[in-house]
Design a protein. Structure first.
Length: 518
């Protein structure tokens, strides 16, 4: 009986770990690390989910986590014989990541903060599981990057690419046209390549699908890479063809408005056809046979005696180092003091415009005007001198309606004797607003951009002798959309109002300096 017992015990020890045994060992450490990272970067999580809910370009993000779990289950055979081999030194990589996160936080780049936070999650899995286990789960783990609503910066470039295809198609079709930047005019009417027409939502959804399809259907890296590249290039070309098709349809129907009425629906139908063709093109090269399970098991030196101790140490070290960036940002935020507001800007009278009651001094000062048939809201917002640039950008988007709009057109508002890019014009749908905004930073009117964010980031850390100020001149239609005639009248009224404010620079600079207590 004793010999039989020893023999059975020996057989049990030789059985390699099952596909999920390694994850059971690492689960306490992973849960602890994820909980700490979730608390440290809770604002990044909330802002990401908010974008998922409000933007059709990122609504697919709700499916990313279930897809990643399915990819992990699909690779269960590759986990046979695998056990965590923790790498505590990987936690040290969080230090440069923390510096990158802090830089993105000071610059007010939310997507940068989210990308770094997700990279820390990847580092947590690597530190707890080790190279071999991480590599076996690399597809589902790296797919988690699609949780980050990233890629909005590509919109201007995609607008240009979309507009590039339209005159080529019109020329080949023999349709007379006139094109000025993103405005296309044909005898049947006018079209505008707006930001929503840039194809970002199609591109992001196609890339997410292409990565999933490549991971499920192909095993060799070069085939996966080629399919993923096709899922990037083909949607860009297809969106250009779609945009030309809408203009061509307007020519055929004899009405630009009739063709543009359901262009979003046409776009999704066209995109669905493109995806189906992409799938059919990739099917002949499929390699979706089941993976071969590991023939050898990973060694288990310490795990026999303390299965969770080494993973817990690795997770704890990474979590502690990950807190450095948020702790530094919190210390800087505590030094932000409210601006000192003692006066209200006095706008110059404009012929034909009647002013409402003067606002009281405060961080946000709203003055209403009625210029003929066009009501205007003129808002002056004063920020704390050491404010984070992200707050300036977020507040500005609130003034223009872009934070909730379904579609936005942006351009420079050109004024006589002013630099062309000083005032930014935004026309939104849902709500239907027309708004011109201009920021003053470091006592100077700015155009906005990464350079200005860098200036304010430095001021937020070193202190400043003036406060940032944003001025917004807006027309609210009270409807979801502004019709072309209404928009033209609003733009002319806004342009005339701003052009009449010859002393605006001096008043804003004085307000900015006083707000900093200087």
């Amino acid at each position: 009986m004793s010999d039989q017992t020893v023999s059975d015990s020996h057989i049990e020890e030789d059985v390699p770990p099952g596909p999920w045994d390694g994850l059971r060992v690492a689960a306490p450490a992973l849960l602890l690390g994820l909980a700490v990272l979730g608390m440290l970067f809770w604002s990044e999580i909330v802002s990401a989910v908010t974008v998922w809910e409000g933007s059709t370009a990122y609504s697919h993000c709700f499916f990313v986590l279930p897809i990643a779990l399915y990819l992990a289950w699909d690779r269960k055979l590759s986990l046979v014989g695998r056990m965590p081999q923790p790498l505590p030194w990987v936690g040290l990589l969080v230090l440069p990541m923390g510096i990158a996160w802090f830089g993105a936080e000071r610059l007010g780049i939310t997507e940068g903060r989210q990308l770094v936070a997700m990279t820390m999650v990847e580092a947590l899995f690597l530190a707890v599981l080790g190279w071999r286990f991480f590599w076996a789960l690399s597809a589902p783990l790296l797919y988690l990057y699609f949780l980050v609503p990233f890629g909005g910066f590509l919109t201007p470039m995609l607008q240009k690419l979309t507009a590039f295809f339209i005159p080529i198609g019109l020329g080949l079709a023999g349709i007379p046209f006139y094109m000025d930047a993103f405005l296309i005019e044909i005898p049947e009417g006018s079209f505008y390549v707006a930001e929503a027409c840039a194809g970002l939502r199609f591109l992001i959804a196609s890339v997410a699908f292409g990565v999933l399809y490549g991971c499920l259907i192909y095993r060799t890296l070069w085939k996966r890479a080629l399919f993923m590249l096709a899922s990037v290039i083909i949607p860009i070309i297809a969106n250009g063809i779609r945009a030309f098709g809408i203009v061509w349809l307007g020519h055929v129907l004899g009405s630009a408005e009739a063709a543009a009425t359901d262009h979003i629906l046409y776009g999704w139908m066209f995109f669905s056809v493109v995806i189906i063709l992409l799938i059919l093109a990739g099917m002949p090269f499929r390699e979706d046979e089941a993976p071969v399970p590991a023939t050898t098991a990973d060694p288990l030196p310490e795990e026999r005696f303390a299965p969770a101790l080494r993973p817990l140490r690795a997770a704890a070290l990474l979590a502690v180092l990950a807190a450095a960036g948020p702790a530094g940002a919190m210390l800087l935020e505590r030094q932000v003091t409210p601006p000192t507001i003692a006066s209200v800007p006095q706008f110059a009278p404009v012929p034909g415009c009647l002013a409402g009651d003067a606002p009281a001094p405060g961080p946000t000062m709203l003055q209403t005007y009625v210029c003929g048939q066009v009501p205007l809201n003129v808002t002056v917002h004063v920020f704390p001198p050491r404010v984070n640039p992200n707050r300036i950008a977020t507040t500005t988007r609130t003034f223009t309606g872009e934070d909730t709009a379904s579609d936005t057109e942006t351009d420079s508002l050109r004024l006589p004797d002013h630099t062309p890019d000083r005032w930014r014009l935004a026309v939104t749908e849902e709500p239907g607003w027309v708004t011109a905004t201009a920021p003053w930073l470091d006592r100077t009117p700015r155009a906005g951009g990464i350079a200005d964010r860098a200036i304010q980031a430095r001021r937020s850390m070193q202190g400043a002798d003036s406060a940032p100020v944003v001025v917004a001149v807006s027309y609210h239609s009270g409807r979801d959309r502004v019709n072309p005639r209404e928009r033209d009248a609003a733009e002319k009224t806004i342009r005339a109002f701003i052009a009449a404010q010859n002393m605006l620079d001096q008043q804003i600079v004085a307000l900015s300096v006083a707000a900093a207590g200087k």
